[in-house]
Design a protein around this ligand. Structure first.
Ligand code: IMP
Length: 446
């Protein structure tokens, strides 16, 4: 039995979908603990490609229970669309459970997200405009609508009459937008409520029961460490806590119940939206990585900004999340390059800095210090073991493991499940503390 958290070590889009899909094979329960329909992963079922934003990809395994925890925010329209699509494909959604305490994204959240981004002008965050920030803001302000509120039609009617009147002031007076018609919204959300009702439970209790029964639980983070509200590159962050600590809050489990933390990082770096990005590549090379890596957002279709691997943020992610091991994805995207840069440290105001600056203003002034490694200039997409990899690719991976002081347990070389090298069992292999007894990452020492 193991309870494992999988999290992104960069700015999201690290390829967590594929890694959680792989690990879901040995999970009994998969839990999504934060974020909303800003996240997304593409899955291929029966030769059909479609996108899931809220439902964990564990739903593809018929016996796996999938839980959307209280730390998430739920857009019922999108969630119901996902349920319908899965059912059309004869994929059972009976095992999907939704927390009563998760907050609900309402039409005014989406409108406010879009309008406030426009109002910010050059200060915009580059959000997905899915209403995520305003939904979490209402949660903190204690004006939010929770799933359990949806389940009480009389109470919801009263609550929404008041809330929509309040939000209409903001829409009309602050953003010059037409007001929402309360009855229309209420009627619509009551229909959503009936569709979701069979799935709504106390998910924290369900997870606790599963732990007592020694079932394997996978906690699936959305976004990534650098997008964390508290530990990311504020204000260019999302409004939740993707870091490993967020899993305990967002799922409702105690930290002593977590056995492992697995980080996922791309072999290079990408970022969507605004904000500093020290290793960003402008020009031809950035475009090349974008093309080869198909770096377009699942949710918004926006082109991702691409850059070299940044080991400073990697080390930071290892520390903040207490990672036991890493999965490195998309190594094959670097196959054609003659030389590959890795950011080993920053220069800030003329001084070398090895650690990620917690001060966002200092971070914006960071310049990367690179170490250049030779590329391998041959395809790795067919490699299935470390021995199959060209020596330069192996050296690259070893270098990353050394820089981040964490073993690499998985290497991914393409989208399909079999394009994967399992260096070491990430769930049942030895713990990081043991591996680091001599201060060195033990994995990848082939
Ligand atoms: P929001 O989460 O829509 O409020 O967007 C805030 C920031 O997080 C923006 O820079 C988004 O591009 C980024 N973001 C949100 N979700 C994702 C994701 O799943 N992958 C990558 N970036 C994301």
């Amino acid at each position: 039995m193991a309870n494992v958290i999988v999290i992104g070590a960069q700015w999201g889009d690290e390829g967590k979908g594929k890694i959680t899909d792989l690990l879901s094979a040995s999970a009994d329960v998969v839990v999504r603990y934060q974020g909303g329909v800003n996240a997304g992963h593409t899955i291929v079922v029966q030769n059909q490609t479609f996108k899931l934003h809220l439902i964990p990809s564990g739903i593809l395994y018929p016996d796996t229970e999938c839980i959307i925890g209280c730390g998430t925010v739920i857009d019922p329209q999108v969630l119901i669309g996902e349920l319908d699509r899965l059912e059309q494909l004869n994929i059972s959604t009976r095992n999907l459970l939704i927390s009563e305490n998760a907050h609900v994204t309402m039409p005014y959240h989406r409108l406010i997200d879009q309008a406030s981004e426009e109002r910010r002008g050059s200060y915009k965050i580059g959000t997905t405009k899915r209403g995520i920030g305003p939904t979490y803001a209402d949660k903190s302000e204690r004006t939010g609508i929770r799933v359990l509120d949806l389940m009480d039609s009389q109470g919801l009617r009263q609550q929404l009459q008041w809330t929509i009147a309040y939000k209409n002031v903001i829409l009309e007076k602050l953003y010059n937008l037409p007001p929402l018609a309360p009855e229309q919204v209420i009627d619509q959300y009551l229909v959503y409520a009936e569709r979701l009702r069979p799935h709504v439970v106390d998910t924290s209790l369900k997870i606790y029961d599963a732990i007592q029964k020694r079932r394997n639980i996978l906690f699936e983070g959305a976004q990534g460490t650098l997008l964390d509200l508290d530990h990311g590159t504020y204000p260019y962050v999302t409004s939740s806590n993707p870091v490993a600590g967020g899993a305990c809050v967002g799922a409702g489990v105690g930290p002593t119940m977590i056995d492992r933390v697995i980080g996922v990082a791309k072999a290079y770096t990408t970022r969507v939206g605004e904000g500093p990005f020290p290793t960003e590549l402008d020009g031809e090379l950035g475009e090349k990585l974008c093309d080869r890596g198909a770096e377009f957002g699942t949710t918004t279709g926006r082109q991702r900004r691409c850059g070299w691997f940044d080991a400073v943020i990697g080390r930071y992610a290892v520390r903040i999340n207490g990672m036991d091991c890493l999965a490195i994805t998309k190594l094959d995207v670097l196959d054609e390059l003659a030389e590959i840069n890795v950011c080993v440290a920053y220069e800030i105001d003329g001084l070398r800095c090895e650690d990620f600056p917690s001060n966002a203003r200092r971070f914006a002034r960071c310049r990367p210090i690179y170490k250049t490694l030779p590329g391998w200039q041959q395809s790795t997409v067919h490699c299935r073991s470390l021995e199959d990899l060209p020596q330069e690719a192996l050296n690259y991976l070893k270098f990353l493991a050394e820089l981040m002081k964490v073993p690499i347990a998985i290497v991914s070389l393409g989208a399909s499940r079999d394009q994967t090298i399992i260096v070491e069992d990430p769930i049942h292999g030895p713990k990081r503390a043991l591996l680091h007894a001599n201060g060195k990452p033990a994995s990848l020492e082939v």
